[in-house]
Design a protein around this ligand. Sequence first.
Ligand code: PLP
Length: 440
Amino acid sequence: MSAEKLDKSKTLFLRKKHVGPSCKIFFSQDPIKIVKAKGQYMYDENGQRYLDCINNVAHVGHCHPDVVQAGAEQMGTLNTNARFLHDNLVLYAQRLQATLPPALSVCYFVNSGSEANDLALRLARNFTGHDDIITLENAYHGHVSSLIDISPYKHHQLPDAELRPSAPSPDVYRGRYRADHPDPAAAYADDVRELIDRAHEKGRKIAAFIAESLQSCGGQVVPPAGYFQQVAAHVRRAGGVVIADEVQVGFGRVGSHFWAFQLQGADFVPDIVTMGKPIGNGHPMSCVVTTAEVAQAFASSGMEYFNTFGGNPVSCAIGLAVLDVIGKEDLQGNAVRVGQHLSDLLEALKRKHPLIGDVRGRGLFIGVELVKDRLTLTPATAEAQEVIYKLKEEKILLSADGPHRNVLKFKPPMCFTPEDAELVAAKLDPVLTGTGPAPF
Ligand code: PLP
């Protein structure tokens, strides 16, 4: 049935307890029905254009012609399941590896961020022979249920919940050690060490610490410099490995580096890196990259690993085109320049509107935390929802996340322009005036 002919009266969006008869589609939020997209814009069924500030899947821009062409051409030449070797796979693995530190030399191709993290845990548990996984508070690593630490995705009754202690989120704005702490990186890393020690006291051992290099669903959190090095030292001393989840923040989004874990410095190299979302510009594709040692242990374990679609010729052709466009259009440079411009504009709004408590981020990964009071940091959750709603009326799409859902998230396609940044700031200004506490 074509989308046009879909009988809406018989189609109910299943939302929480809202269940109707006939055909249902599960959505966690009320969706806008989109019919086409181009660059940084999406269009609804009435031809209304929206500026997309949240869709970090359309990394190099929606329906980028080079990506579309690469996928279509490959579709007409060869596509197959993952049992076969093909040139695109070899080429893509080489190109991807060239973006990573040399120690990360073995790629496993899968189809989603969740699948990548699931495999990463298997690799880690197999390599270390340990079970426990440490996550960060408010973590979201996809539907590897035991890794979720943020509501409303968290399933509290999981049998293995005890094997997954979570360490405080290294948030220097709202967390337990703030920007005025003498050494927040060491203090937060020490919290991880304590969890390791506590597990040891109960006779358990750490297989892995998994974290996003910048926490996204957790509220666009930028960990303090040196945090990951110190955590890695504690984890490795206990025989565990470090997994960097780059599903949201990889592929140049932070601008200055291709991978967000590289923000910590060249002396921090994770043992396993997982990636997804931007890798295929919307085409389902993802990857796990690890060291030869971890991969060899997996290969020698006698465990089989196979998935049908991972690294198929079309996915790899699309992935190659994405890498080409990032380079050709200098999208990392754009993320630096436009990200800085947007941050400056948002900082200017912060000076004017007390509702903005904090502006943080790197490149085109920016968070704006709304608070009712800058001293108590009382989260302005309802206000954040109101801002999103009002911006949607202005045809700008934003979302809010974090444990209190009060952090506005900017993760636009990387072709975002200075004019787009200015438009967002210009529309946000009056919206903030009409929302929350009165200005100074
Ligand atoms: N990891 C992170 C950090 C994510 O944000 C997500 C999805 O939002 C995932 C993993 C899961 O990716 P997917 O939805 O492709 O399974």
